[in-house]
Write a protein that binds this ligand. Structure first.
Ligand SMILES: Cc1cc2nc3c(=O)[nH]c(=O)nc-3n(C[C@H](O)[C@H](O)[C@H](O)COP(=O)(O)OP(=O)(O)OC[C@H]3O[C@@H](n4cnc5c(N)ncnc54)[C@H](O)[C@@H]3O)c2cc1C
Length: 384
């Protein structure tokens, strides 16, 4: 055992081994290519759907797998050990689109959307970030004005994961400017092809290049009032809860990237000979390995702790923020050191660790930057 393995049930072990084999057989051979060509692996998502991996936390009655958060975290971690981009697409679909519809949707909305998303017949995306409102999501400028049985949306969302392949979207918009974050922001379920809803390709990316992203542009886009997700004005509170859950996903993703880079580094350090012995026997290298393993162990416990809090129905905002903050910063450090251990080979694409380093950077930014996690944690500490 090279990295920490916390206790899991037999069922979780079986699922983890299945995902591990899939990652090895399917994701690994294409990881470098999809990164180089910035190609979203649509066929892989069809396979993930067939394996039931696109609806893990959803009840079986809606074609989900009925798994808990600990299991979901294990799956994201396994995917990310090999391909961060694929893990990100799965996490965004599940935690940011499917779960909020399942959590905040009414019976009609759940019956119209949840099974299609959980089965993977449809892919989901979540539009919160705007050109002038990211961390400060309360500064959302997109508007939604009620007009008869519809709301009319105007505005733009950027950096939206899965945008160009998704069928179902959640987007936030201001319904009452005066009320601001206290009841003035609502969220809506949108479908590809709605009048006035355009999806544009995103810019070239540093990392997570096999994950799709794009821009959602609303120009007098009419959304039926029946697609208001939750009560009017509840959008801000609901996406804060959504992001708490999503952060456990990004923390697991960070952990997976860190473990993937560590496992490759350990193997390389034992094989690569310099000055007459494997470089792992040089203390400078073995200490790096020790630091990596220690950070991975700590991150694993934080991720598990947050997931268990969520599964137990306890407030888990602080735990999720701590797990995400620590695991993403650890992933940056570990993938950076992994390149150093690989020397010049680490600088090539063939050894994967430079890709993992670029992918890890997303984890300190998406679903709340490290600075925002510190705000969440410190507010929670000071409140109590
Ligand atoms: C690959 C990728 C995928 C993404 N996918 C999605 C998606 O699917 N849906 C979606 O809605 N968004 C998505 N995002 C957007 C992401 O959530 C935002 O980029 C992130 O929240 C930061 O917002 P910003 O880019 O506007 O940066 P800003 O908010 O402008 O922040 C810039 C810097 O200022 C710091 N800062 C801001 N406010 C404070 C403060 N109060 N105190 C201290 N520091 C502060 C930030 O930490 C950061 O370092 C994605 C981003 C990336 C890179």
């Amino acid at each position: 055992m090279t990295t920490v393995e916390l206790p899991i049930t037999e069922e979780q072990e079986m699922l983890r081994d299945t995902v591990r084999a899939f990652a090895h057989d399917v994701l690994e051979p294409q990881a470098v290519e999809i990164d180089r060509n910035q190609r979203f692996p649509l066929d892989t998502f069809k396979q993930l759907a067939e394996m039931g991996l696109l609806g893990l936390p959803i009840d079986e009655e809606f074609e989900g797998a009925g798994c808990d958060t600990v299991t979901m975290a294990l799956v994201i971690e396994e995917l990310a050990k090999v391909c961060g981009s694929t893990a990100l697409g799965v996490a965004a679909h599940t935690s940011l689109c499917l779960s909020p519809i399942d959590m905040f949707g009414n019976e009609d909305q759940r019956s119209r959307y949840v099974a299609d998303l959980a089965s993977g017949r449809k892919l989901g995306a979540f539009g919160l970030t705007e050109p002038n409102a990211g961390s400060d999501a309360g500064g959302t400028q997109t508007t939604a004005v009620r007009d008869g049985d519809d709301y009319v949306l105007n505005g733009t969302k950027i950096f939206i994961t899965n945008a160009n392949y998704a069928d179902t979207f959640i987007a936030t918009a201001v319904t009452d400017r005066e009320k601001g974050t206290r009841g003035g922001i609502s969220s809506f379920i949108l479908e590809r092809g709605m009048d006035g809803f355009a999806i544009n390709k995103g810019d070239e990316k540093l990392g997570m290049r096999g994950s799709d992203w794009g821009e959602l542009a609303f120009a007098d886009c009419r959304v039926p009032a029946a697609n208001l997700l939750g009560a009017e004005g509840q959008g801000f509170a609901n996406f804060m809860k959504t992001l708490d859950g999503g952060r456990i996903g990004i923390a697991s993703l960070s952990l997976g990237l860190a473990e993937g880079a560590f496992e490759r580094s350990l193997k390389y350090a034992q094989e690569r000979v310099a000055f007459g012995k494997p470089i792992a026997e040089q203390q400078a290298i073995s200490f790096k390995l020790a630091d990596m393993a220690t950070q991975i162990e700590a991150a694993s416990h934080l991720v598990r702790h947050a997931a268990e809090f969520k599964d137990a129905g306890k407030p888990f905002s602080r735990q999720a923020a701590m797990a995400k903050l620590f695991a993403s910063e650890a992933a940056m450090k570990i993938t950076f050191d992994a390149i150093q251990i690989h020397g010049g080979y680490g600088f090539t694409t063939e050894y994967h660790v430079e890709r993992m380093y670029r992918d890890a950077k997303l984890c300190t930014i998406g679903e709340g930057t490290s600075e925002i996690q510190r705000i969440v944690i410190s507010r929670d500490i000071l409140k109590s």
